[in-house]
Design a protein around this ligand. Structure first.
Ligand SMILES: CC(=O)Nc1cc[nH]c(=O)n1
Length: 105
């Protein structure tokens, strides 16, 4: 499988990503095939508007039940907020993936 070269985020996350307050994203298996060291073009899901590029630093499996305050802080949320958001996006998935990234020029 080729490494994905794009990633989408809901527009409401854009400011947190650009400011460095949000440094991870938690995805299901269908969006887990990012490759550390690769750079992806990032756009909004709603309008397909490019807004930054990210270098993928790590992709690590995580179970929903193991999400912690550490992950919540990296998402700029409380743990309760994070669990609610993840359950809204992925209602049936317990196996998830933490994708760590950094902003690149
Ligand atoms: C578009 C989309 O699925 N966005 C997501 C999903 C999970 N976490 C996140 O930061 N963004």
């Amino acid at each position: 499988m080729n490494a994905p070269t794009t990633m989408t985020f809901f527009a409401r996350f854009e400011a947190d990503i650009l400011s460095g307050r949000k440094t991870i994203t938690i995805r299901d298996v269908s969006e887990s095939h990012y490759v550390p060291g690769s750079v992806v073009q990032v756009s909004t899901l709603e309008e397909d508007r490019d807004f930054c590029r990210l270098e993928i630093l790590a992709v690590e499996p995580i179970l929903f039940q193991d999400l912690s305050d550490f992950h919540a802080r990296q998402e700029n949320m409380t743990l309760a907020e994070l669990k609610t958001v993840i359950r809204e996006i992925y209602p049936d998935d317990d196996q998830l993936y933490v994708i760590t990234y950094r902003l690149v020029g």
